[in-house]
Ligand binder design. Structure first.
Ligand SMILES: Cc1cc2nc3c(=O)[nH]c(=O)nc-3n(C[C@H](O)[C@H](O)[C@H](O)COP(=O)(O)OP(=O)(O)OC[C@H]3O[C@@H](n4cnc5c(N)ncnc54)[C@H](O)[C@@H]3O)c2cc1C
Length: 410
């Protein structure tokens, strides 16, 4: 099991890096199990040898969340649609399946996931574990689509939980950052496959803010990108052809519109690499927070930060450490081109997020430690009780998790 594979250059170079290229490390071993039994063997051997393990999906996280100098377990060979139930609107997939692959397989069955994020390249296990979200005031994050899961725990046991019999377990597991076990199979609630009509408009930032409530209310998927250099915004609206606001917006200039399967039309093509920081703000605080960031960027960062800031509404959920736990949120995301320095810019804006009570995206850059995070999450202690039941020896903890869960310095 512990042999590096020579047929894949990833293992030959021995360095693993995330999508943006900023997180780089050399795991002692890379495991690529082919099935659940194989995952279990890896975990049991790690327990016997007192080693630690981090799972990795598509390596799209910007935080050092899967970084390890010990065992990295890639789910890249755990792929495919296992089963689906058209009446119950549920589908079970292997956890390493990406949303793109899931979308294609589900379409053949006449089904689709309710929503996806900005891209569809993430593995389902990876996206769910970090509370990845799309955009839409009435759409909760992708973790909320998970109705059941099978995992290999830190004791090497295969366990299965579902939201009917084990609601609290699901509240803990949905957003758990790979700290409770390796997800092997995930059951998602799905919809009959659907067509989406997408429109992109350009407009002045103040015009967008003045129409914000209406835009969020009337459109299934809504988000905007603010461009600091021009101080204007692009808005993206996605609706069912028969629903949502289909009228043209008199206060904005239409740039592009097209229709297709939701799986193809909701995500945006993304070629330029970036590093990112994101905080989730309470809906009621988000505009004031955004305006303060806008002011600060214009005053201090505009000559160096040519890129965009994203503003995306997400509906509340009940996962213990989801950043939308029991509150509707706006996710505000700073993007910086991966070839440019980001630290000074992110460090200067982060206190604004904190002042407004923001909760960080677990998979993106932030500096918070357990001591800061505990007060942001009312069910923090319960989450950790369950984590310790499933991983009593802490074999899934790495330096990042020790910082955010145990207050350690990274
Ligand atoms: C271009 C781009 C666009 C993005 N768009 C969005 C967006 O629209 N919305 C948003 O919220 N975020 C977005 N993100 C962030 C991204 O969705 C998260 O980083 C997500 O976790 C990445 O999925 P992954 O499969 O690459 O996971 P990885 O980065 O590989 O892993 C993330 C975490 O999940 C754990 N994990 C992975 N697989 C498993 C498993 N099977 N069992 C248990 N734990 C597991 C890992 O240990 C790690 O802790 C984007 C990132 C990029 C680079």
């Amino acid at each position: 099991v512990y042999q590096a594979k020579e047929d894949n250059t990833k293992y030959v170079t021995k360095e693993w890096k995330n999508w943006s290229g900023d997180v780089r490390f050399k795991p002692a071993i890379v495991e690529t199990p082919v099935d659940e039994k194989n995952v279990q063997q890896v975990v049991i051997k790690a327990i016997e040898e007192k080693r630690s393990i981090r799972a990795v999906g598509s390596s799209h996280s910007c935080a050092a969340i899967f970084k390890t100098d010990d065992i990295l377990l890639s789910t890249e060979r755990l792929k495919g649609l296992i089963s689906f139930d058209i009446k119950a609107l549920q589908a079970t997939l292997q956890a390493g399946t990406t949303y793109e692959e899931a979308g294609n397989a589900l379409l053949n069955a006449g089904l689709a996931v309710e929503n996806i994020g900005y891209i569809d390249k993430q593995a389902i296990g990876g996206a769910i574990s970090t509370g990845t979200h799309g955009a839409g005031k009435k759409l909760a994050n992708l973790s909320s689509q998970m109705t059941g899961v099978r995992l290999v725990t830190g004791l090497g046991e295969i366990k299965e939980f579902n939201e009917i019999e084990h609601p609290e377990m699901l509240q803990a597991l949905r957003v758990s950052l790979g700290s409770m076990g390796i997800f092997t199979r995930v059951t998602l609630k799905v919809l009959p496959s659907f067509i989406i009509h997408r429109r992109e408009y350009c407009l002045g930032t103040d015009d967008c803010i003045n129409h914000l409530d209406q835009l969020m209310e009337e459109n299934r998927n809504f988000n905007f990108y603010w461009y600091p250099r021009r101080d204007d915004v692009k808005i993206i609206l996605c609706n069912f052809p028969q629903g949502g606001s289909s009228h043209q917006l008199p206060f904005a200039k239409l740039q592009k519109e097209y229709s297709g399967w939701g799986k193809d039309v909701i995500p945006s093509p993304q070629e330029l690499r970036f590093n990112e920081m994101e905080y989730a703000l309470d809906l009621s605080a988000a505009v004031a927070c955004f305006q303060e960031i806008r002011k600060r960027v214009k005053q201090k960062h505009r000559p160096y930060v040519g890129w965009r800031i994203l503003f995306r509404p997400v509906a509340r959920d009940s996962s213990f450490i989801s950043n939308a736990f029991e509150r509707d949120i706006i996710a505000i995301t700073l993007h910086q081109n991966a070839s440019l320095p980001f630290k000074e810019y992110f460090d200067d804006i982060e206190p604004v997020f904190k002042d407004y009570g923001g909760r960080p995206h677990w998979a993106k850059k932030h500096s918070l430690k357990a001591a800061d995070l505990k007060s942001l999450y009312p069910e923090w202690d319960r989450f950790h009780e369950i984590r310790k039941q499933l991983d009593p020896h802490g074999i899934f903890l790495n330096a990042y998790l020790k910082r955010v869960f145990l207050n350690a310095s990274e």
